[in-house]
Design a protein around this ligand. Structure first.
Ligand SMILES: C[S@@+](CC[C@H](N)C(=O)[O-])C[C@H]1O[C@@H](n2cnc3c(N)ncnc32)[C@H](O)[C@@H]1O
Length: 248
């Protein structure tokens, strides 16, 4: 239903400490830093691209992004006529080289993209229409939310959405035992303290959030988000069972 794909085909290559290669999992490509996986791309279900559906709905004008990785978000933004410029902060020259080599093989137009090598946590203050941070790994939620809040305030971003906001939203809903709807979404927004998270004006976005939860719980070969959500859910289930036991 919410289809997004990477417009790029990936090819095996190594640059410095980074390697792009097929993974053991069928139809999957992975970007590794010294053999530790950074991210992957699954050609069967494209879940890593579907994670960016909401950013692509919100995108317009100047978009500041952080973390280049496989460039899935950035190349999709290039294809969006409402987007005039895509700035990306990336810390690794090797990742940038791999991206440029991949772009060359795909003959893809990246004239809208400006790559800035640097630490995304302290990027230059600059007004932008959209801010899409995605340079986090498994840092604690409080850290991610604090950095996103600082970045979005410094950059006077019209709107901000970050990875893994979907995970944070679902964790919040699960812990409060809430269904996803405008009311619970607004509660989560208030809980983060990030004032320029978007208002939802189209209810189909809630169906997308439900699909995202499914991806994390069933499809994802990324252990981080999947385990995090299951962990909270299992804890709530266990707590309910225990409450039941004590009642007896
Ligand atoms: C998961 S990938 C980003 C994926 C990308 N959005 C895409 O669409 O393919 C994370 C990237 O963030 C970069 N990164 C990690 N920490 C960073 C930092 N502090 N500053 C800038 N880039 C960083 C990593 O080198 C990696 O390329």
């Amino acid at each position: 239903m919410f289809e997004v794909k990477s417009p790029l085909t990936y090819y095996p290559m190594t640059v410095g400490d980074y390697t792009l290669k097929h993974t053991k999992q069928k139809s999957s490509f992975g970007l590794f830093e010294k053999n530790a996986p950074w991210m992957g791309y699954n050609y069967d279900n494209h879940w890593q691209a579907r994670e960016f559906y909401f950013e692509l709905q919100l995108a317009k004008g100047v978009c500041i992004t952080t973390g280049l990785g496989l460039g899935i978000l950035q190349t999709n933004l290039c294809l969006n006529d409402d987007v005039s410029k895509v700035i990306v902060y990336e810390k690794s020259n090797d990742v940038v080289d791999i991206f440029h080599k991949t772009i060359e093989k795909n003959n893809f137009d990246i004239s809208k993209i400006e790559i800035r090598i640097g630490d995304a946590d302290s990027l230059a203050n600059e007004k932008c229409d959209c801010l899409f941070p995605d340079h986090f790994d498994s840092e604690p939620e409080e850290h991610v939310v604090r950095v996103v809040k600082e970045l979005s305030e410094n950059n006077q971003a019209g709107v901000v959405w970050y990875w893994p906001a979907g995970v944070h939203l679902h964790k919040f809903l699960i812990s409060k035992e809430l269904e996803i709807n405008n009311d619970s979404y607004e509660k989560w927004k208030k809980h983060t303290g990030i004032t320029n998270l978007p208002n939802i004006t189209d209810d189909s976005v809630f169906d997308y959030f439900k699909e995202l939860k499914n991806i994390y719980q069933n499809d994802a070969d990324a252990p981080g988000p999947k385990l995090e959500i299951n962990y909270v859910e299992k804890t709530v289930e266990r707590r309910k069972k225990l409450q039941g036991l004590y009642k007896k």
